[in-house]
Design a protein around this ligand. Structure first.
Ligand code: PLP
Length: 402
């Protein structure tokens, strides 16, 4: 059973600094040739995204295209099982099946205003690729998605979706032919096409300003939660918010408006794969040490000489060797409670939610459900779980297990 995080001194900041740092983590570690692109983004992203015109377009698409606000559902049978009050923030009901579309809508509107008609992205499991291909189709913009050749074979249905939506999927053929190789290809493309291309990153990772920008786009999740809780209980603050962390975008969105409210306990759930110390895990907050990955300084799984350790998780969305710099900071300052869930436990969590509430969660989200077994709550506690996505994409894995 876990202890609540100790209360922090009020002078710890959870907002990004002008230089792109959250405490000791963040920054922009990029090749010289990307400097101009990232600088353009850094100088413009707040001005553009805070403008009335941008906000109107963003909110209108979130409502009418994505289907927001997503419900905050009181899961009664689940609550009864754990003898507390459990609410599910239903990001699984978003168009395309997960929270990722909140960010791609924001970034495509930004790209239009930066006059960049060509969009590139990298994808591992294909979920971010699909969300990017979707908004490119919506806006009539060119879309190139880099994907490791191995991942293209493993995730064939998502490759088909991207192609159906008009995107060009380019296989990354170097290295282990997975996500990090696709990322390298995308960065190479951006260096070669600085004038007309915007690079849509899919989580709160990458060089500043990406982590802050993506967190802001996803923050609609906690903005809605505050209103919905106020309406249901007369108090906008839950006792706990639980979210799974791959790169950390759904968690960042669910935590965002509560970061400075120390009465709200934040729980970040990572993938322990076959066990934290099994050598097949993605539990970065336990196994990670400070280093630079994808352009920012954060916690990552690496060898003593700085080689990235291949992560493992049953869920493709959590199968990442790092975490966003915001989460590294939240964990190292004890603001967020890190928890980890194995492949096996996540499958049990997924089956439980399906059988007890009639909701089949994404394998990633199932990690957040499974953590209920490892925590204890008061009967009066309000516990919000961010249900980041739906399980349609994972049915093959579920069928193997059942
Ligand atoms: C991609 C994905 C995640 C992990 O990404 P974050 O940036 O950590 O949110 C979690 N859940 C679902 C359903 C996803 O598709």
């Amino acid at each position: 059973m876990i202890e609540p995080a100790p209360k922090q001194k009020q002078n710890v900041s959870y907002q990004v600094s002008d230089e792109g740092y959250y405490g000791n983590f963040g920054g922009a570690f990029i090749p010289e040739m990307l400097h101009h692109n990232v600088e353009t983004l850094r100088k413009n992203y707040l001005k553009i995204t805070k403008s009335v015109d941008f906000q109107r377009a963003f909110k209108s698409l979130l409502r009418d295209y994505v289907g927001r606000p997503t419900p905050l559902y009181l899961a009664e049978r689940l609550s009864k099982k754990y003898n507390t009050n459990i609410l599910l923030k239903r990001e699984d009901l978003c168009h395309t099946g997960a929270h990722k579309i909140n960010n791609t809508i924001g970034q495509i509107l930004l790209a239009k205003r930066l006059k960049k008609p060509r969009i590139i992205a990298e994808t591992g499991a294909g979920q971010h690729g699909v969300a990017t291909a979707t908004v490119c189709a919506l806006m009539g913009m060119e879309c190139i998605v880099y994907m490791g050749e191995v991942d293209m074979e493993r995730q064939a249905p998502n490759v088909a979706r991207m192609k159906m939506l008009g995107a060009k999927v380019i296989p990354a053929l170097s290295g282990s032919r997975t996500l990090k190789d696709a990322t390298n290809e995308a960065i190479r493309d951006w260096i070669s096409n600085p004038e007309d291309t915007h690079y849509i990153i899919g989580s709160v990772v990458g060089p500043h300003p990406y982590p802050d920008m993506v967190a802001r786009f996803q923050s609609v999740i906690s903005e809605e939660m505050q209103k919905q809780l106020k309406q249901k209980y007369g108090n906008p603050n839950p006792d706990y918010i639980i979210a799974c962390v791959g790169g950390g975008s759904n968690a960042a969105g669910a935590f965002y408006h509560y970061l400075d409210n120390l009465d709200v306990k934040l729980v970040a759930v990572e993938a322990a794969g076959e066990g934290i110390h099994s050598g097949k895990s993605a539990a970065t907050s336990v196994l990670g040490t400070p280093g630079v990955i994808h352009g920012s300084k954060t916690l990552l799984m690496q060898t003593a000489d700085g080689q990235i350790v291949e992560p493992h998780s049953i869920s493709a969305g959590l199968d990442y060797p790092g975490i966003g710099p915001l989460h590294a900071h939240l964990i190292r300052t004890n603001r967020a409670i890190p928890m980890s869930i194995t492949d096996e436990e996540s499958l049990i969590g997924a089956t439980l939610l399906a059988r007890i509430e009639g909701i089949i969660p994404a394998l990633e989200s199932a990690h957040a459900i499974a953590v209920l077994e490892k925590m204890s709550f008061k009967k009066s506690d309000i516990v919000v779980i961010n249900l980041s996505g739906r399980g349609d994409k994972d049915l093959q894995t579920y069928m193997k297990y059942l």
